[in-house]
Every structure is written in C-alpha cells, then in structure tokens.
Design a protein around this ligand. Structure first.
Ligand SMILES: [Zn+2]
Length: 342
C-alpha cells in the first residue's frame, strides 16, 4: 500500500467535486473535446487530472459597439452555447453531462461522469436587448461576465480598449442598462461575474445584485498589482455579499510580468492563502482560465489538476477546506441564485 503524502493527496483530490470555473472553448469549433489533443482542457485530460466539473464559456471578443456587431456577438454566443451543450455526450468511453445546477454537478460526480457548466463571457453579446439573457439561461448558462476588455453597454471594463475609442471611464461603473441586466440575471438565476469589470462596476454590481456576485477568474492585487486583480477592499466586498473570488492560473496575474514557465503552484497557493486569510475560507475558489490565457509550469493543463490539491494540502488545508475551495463555495452561491430565481 502506498501511503505517501503524494498518494494521500491524490486520493483526496479524486474524492472531491473539483470545479474549475473558467475554461474557454475554441471558436470556430476546434478539435474533438473527447480526444486528448493540444488543448489544455479536453475530456481525457479532465478525467486523468481528476477534474470533475468545468464552467465552459461562450466568450465573445469586444468590437466596436454597433447594433450589427452586437447582433453578431449574440449569434456567436448562442452558437457557442449550443456547442457546449453538445459536449454532453458519451464518446471514446467517457461520459460528459451538461449540469446547469449545483445539484446536478454533485450528481455527476456521484455517477462518475464529467460535469459541463455553460457560461457566457462578455455582456457585449447582450447588446441593449435584455431578453437575450433568458436565451442564454435557456441554454444552461449559469453566469455572465459583465464585460471583457473594453467598455460595453452594461458597464466599464478594468481594461479600456483605446483601439476601440474607450476613455478611462465611460459610465462610471454600471450603466442604467447594466443595472437592469443585473436584475435580469438575478431573475433567471444566473450569477453576476465581475471578472474583467472596473472597480466601480464591481461595486455597483455588488449593490444591485440580490444574490452574491462572483469573480470567476481573478487574483489579488496585494501580491500582484494587475488591473484584473482585486484590491483588498474588493475582497472585503466579496465577503460582505457572501460571494466568491476564484483565484486563476494566469501567470501575469499571479506574479508581476511573469511568463508561464516562471510560475508554479506555490505562487497560485500564495494567492489562495492571502484571500483566505483576508476574507475567510468560504469566499475563495479555484479556476484555470485554460485555453483563454491560463496555465503555468506545473498546472499546465487539466491533467495536472491534482498538483493544486497537493500544494494546498502541504499548506495545511484539510478535506473540509479543500471541498470549499474546489467547488463547494461556488456551488453554494449557485444554489442561492437558483433559489432567488423567479
Ligand atoms: Zn476572461
């Protein structure tokens, strides 16, 4: 019997619901996700890495805000959501299931199948038609990232797009439409994702939303001063509204100006430690941003996900803490949104 610390953390890892809250898919559609290929995430790598669940995002890039471009962004988001839904199938001996609720994510783990949670990144795809949010939800989407890089009709981004004519600040946070969008997200049971938004937008979203806001992929400013990271007071807001920050695997968010080969799971664990010390174990989680810019030396792809558990075990996190970090906290917030939906 092998009872080394490594095999113990490996066994613990495999027993947990492990939810990575931000994974990109290729668009136009890329390689078969049931084949072990060049992508950082595919079904074989999830299985091998003991990653039981992933939020797969329909990401739409920001473009000039014309009605035609907003319509095209919506069309693309819907097509991507349909594609993500089609990943719920059995192929090559692996079963994946679309799991748009917290209960179904846990059931998938019990049943030994991979869990696929659809989501949408960039409210640009909403344009000025809030009815589109219900269409996203009808396709299982569980969160909307309000902006990407560049301001949109809903609110200001933390990274204005000079090439698209953005000033530092356009709306001063959420726009009036953005406030209505937050209420619509609440109504349909989708989470409000404040990754990518400006600090004022984040604050407004925390005030407007009836359910806890989340950042599905960000790190902490105190350890790495990057526009995409959260200042201490923002972490405090996350705690105050009972939300969650999902620490992410983007090297430049983890260490200033670092390249992926210069970052390790120890750097990732530093951000987890910092956030847990600041706002508590109930408000921190884990994400990769794989295939969207995330990944570093020893969490290069989903197949290495157990390395995260191993480093956290070495830092003293016990089973209960790991359950929360690896998905329990995000599932709790999902359930609150499900119960608040009208
Ligand atoms: Zn992103």
């Amino acid at each position: 019997m092998n009872d080394s610390p490594q095999s113990q953390s490996q066994a613990l890892h495999r027993s947990l619901v492990t939810l990575d809250t931000h994974i990109d898919i290729p668009w136009p559609p890329g390689p078969d996700p049931f084949q072990d290929g060049q992508r950082r995430v595919d079904m074989p790598k999830m299985q091998r890495g003991g990653l039981s669940a992933g939020c797969f995002v329909a990401y739409v890039p920001q473009a000039t805000r014309t009605p035609a471009n907003e319509d095209a962004a919506y069309t693309r988001a819907i097509a991507m959501l349909d594609h993500i839904n089609a990943m719920g199938r059995t192929e090559a001996g692996i079963t994946a299931r679309v799991t748009p609720t917290a209960d179904s994510i846990e059931a998938a783990k019990r049943d030994g199948v991979l869990a696929i949670v659809p989501a949408v990144e960039n409210g640009f795809s909403v344009g000025s038609d809030l009815g589109r949010i219900a269409q996203f939800r009808a396709r299982g989407a569980r969160y909307l990232t309000l902006t990407h890089n560049g301001h949109n009709a809903l609110g200001d981004s933390c990274n204005p797009r000079r090439d698209l004519g953005d000033r530092d600040v356009e709306h001063g946070g959420l726009s009036a439409l953005g406030r209505l969008a937050v209420r619509e997200l609440n109504r349909v049971g989708m989470l409000v994702d404040v990754a990518h938004v400006s600090r004022d937008t984040m604050l407004h979203a925390s005030e407007e939303s009836r359910t806890p806001i989340v950042s599905t992929h960000s790190c902490v400013s105190a350890l790495c001063d990057h526009s995409r990271n959260m200042a201490d007071w923002q972490l405090d807001v996350i705690r105050a509204v009972k939300g969650v920050i999902q620490i992410t695997a983007v090297s430049a968010f983890l260490k200033p100006h670092a390249k992926p080969n210069e970052v390790t799971v120890a750097d990732f664990a530093d951000h987890v430690d910092y956030a847990v010390k600041r706002i508590g174990i109930d408000h921190v989680g884990i994400s990769s941003d794989f295939d969207g810019g995330g990944g570093f030396s020893d969490w290069h792809d989903a197949g290495q996900s157990a390395n995260i558990t191993e480093v956290l075990v070495s830092r003293g996190y016990d089973r209960g803490a790991l359950e929360k970090l690896w998905g329990g906290n995000f599932l709790r917030v999902m359930r609150v949104a499900e119960q608040a939906a009208e």
